[in-house]
Design a protein around this ligand. Structure first.
Ligand SMILES: [Zn+2]
Length: 144
């Protein structure tokens, strides 16, 4: 069935799609996912992930870490940003982040720091914090 998938250990094409527990770590925090789709080689018993499955696992590990750390979900970050009427670029500039960082938060590929998470929550409750942050940014740009 999956003749295009080859066992990474013995090169057999006799591999089967299964679901199993998967233990991972995110920044030293052990994360266990109960049901992860992966392949298992019927010849040597090795279990492995296709690149697509690895991407899904990476997202699921981050989602579990996000819950454990009590961080805002990607959907909540998007919601807060829209409420404040900021573009991704504007939010990056306000928080002193590099390009595409907010994009990655919002698609779940990267977890925001706790500090950034706190600032997002403050901005949601006190929208005037946006202009305070803008002022801080501008005063840093000004000489002296
Ligand atoms: Zn094998």
């Amino acid at each position: 069935m999956h003749s295009d998938i080859q066992c990474a250990i013995c090169s057999s094409n006799n591999v089967k799609k299964i679901r199993d527990r998967f233990a991972a770590k995110y920044v030293n925090a052990p994360i266990v996912l109960d049901s992860v789709e992966m392949y298992r080689c019927e010849d040597c018993g090795e279990a492995f992930l296709s690149p697509e499955q690895a991407k899904d696992v990476s997202k699921a590990v981050k989602a579990a870490a996000r819950t454990r750390l009590g961080l805002l979900s990607p959907a909540r970050i998007l919601e807060i940003r829209r409420k404040l009427d900021l573009s991704q670029e504007e939010l990056e500039s306000l928080l002193g982040l590099g390009p595409k960082v907010v994009t990655r938060w919002e698609n779940g590929r990267v977890l925001q720091s706790k500090a950034a998470d706190d600032v997002l929550r403050v901005m949601e409750r006190l929208p005037e914090a946006v202009s305070v942050l803008k002022g801080i940014r501008e005063s840093r740009r000004a000489p002296g």
